[in-house]
Design a protein. Sequence first.
Length: 83
Amino acid sequence: MSFIWYIIIGLVSGFIAGKLMRGGGFGVFINLIVGIIGGVLGGWLFSLFGIHTSGIIGSLITSVIGAILLLWLIGYLASKTRS
């Protein structure tokens, strides 16, 4: 059951990150995928800095931050390849 929560939190965080990133969104479907991957990235980055979150809100914050970072990185790399 917890795996389903990870996916739901990732989907919600991808949607939120897409709304927060001005010009960084790539459409609803891609933002949802980025949210799931961003959750993993956020958890990994938080663990590197020794930050531990708990509960649904902590997981959502971690996932949103990871998704924002991932959207920024994808946007940065996409702009580099266009020029």
